[in-house]
Design a protein around this ligand. Structure first.
Ligand code: ADP
Ligand code: MG
Length: 258
């Protein structure tokens, strides 16, 4: 059975796409079969794998709005065991089109039923909003991974996010467990980063929700997408690469270690 993990935070720039691309790559290199579903019209996850988003025959849009099977939209990346359902700007109108549909919130879940049972992990990369696409991802996902940037208002949006998760749980009777909360863009030289870490520990420490792995601010992680490569391929020795390998290990451990 595939485990579908939606990487979600309505704040932009907190490391969602970086987390999806590099965690998925780490798991694939560790021998897992992995699919990335790019659900952001910006298509940043798509370009991070060196795929030209302007030249795609089909995207996630065709799978959820059109009548193209998601199987047909799934393409291999240049990394073994790692596939992607790409996205581009065509997805930007999908929210409005989706909301016109009856049962608009289950469209993605229904779409993904066509996938072969090939993948150990499926990661959904989302735009920075709590709109229809995000609700669809919440309904389709088995769990949610929340990246939080080590900065001053870090925890502010998290309450809204958890409210949305709870709303979906209540209204749609779909429980969506939180896979984990991940501190990103951590800069060990700054007091602010340390303070945010402490705050997260205070807030979530007792719940086991906070991943032990912390993702450091690492220039290699920021450079890699412009070369169309995940960080592990771009610089295998970088601290960013090591951090995402450690997160992948932790995810496998949380799943019982197989
Ligand atoms: P989101 O998908 O949440 O908007 P991104 O993953 O695109 O966030 O990250 C926002 C920007 O910060 C990107 O330019 C990305 O390369 C950079 N970035 C993300 N994580 C790190 C990190 N740990 N260290 C350095 N730069 C990072
Ligand atoms: Mg993104």
């Amino acid at each position: 059975m595939s485990e579908i993990i939606a990487v979600m935070n309505q704040k932009g720039g907190c490391g969602k796409t970086t987390t999806v691309v590099n965690t998925a790559t780490s798991l694939a290199v560790m021998g897992k079969s992995v699919l990335v579903i790019d659900m952001d019209p910006q298509g940043n996850a798509t370009t991070s794998f060196g795929i030209d988003k302007t030249k795609l025959e089909n995207t996630i849009y065709d799978a959820i709005i059109g009548d193209v099977s998601v199987k047909k939209v799934t393409i291999p990346t240049f990394i073994k065991n790692l596939f992607i359902v790409p996205s581009n700007i065509s997805l930007s109108g999908a929210g409005v089109e989706l909301s016109k549909k009856e049962n608009y919130h289950i469209v993605l879940k229904e779409t993904l039923k066509d996938l072969p049972p090939l993948f150990d992990y499926i990661f959904i990369d989302l735009p920075p909003s709590l709109g229809v696409i995000t609700v669809n991802a919440l309904v389709a996902a088995d769990s949610v991974l929340i990246p939080i940037q080590a900065e001053y208002y870090a925890l502010e949006g998290v309450a809204d996010l958890i409210n949305t998760i709870n709303l979906v749980k209540k209204r749609l009777r779909t429980p969506v467990p939180i896979k984990g909360i991940l501190l990103t863009l951590y800069d060990k030289r700054t007091r602010l980063s340390k303070d945010v870490y402490k705050e997260l520990k205070n807030h979530f420490g007792s719940t086991n929700l906070l991943f032990n792995t912390v993702i450091p601010r690492n220039i290699r992680l920021a450079e890699a997408p412009s070369y169309g490569k995940p960080c592990l391929i771009y610089d295998s020795e970088s601290t960013g690469t090591k951090a995402y390998l450690s997160l992948a290990k932790e995810i496998i451990e949380r799943d019982g270690g197989n």
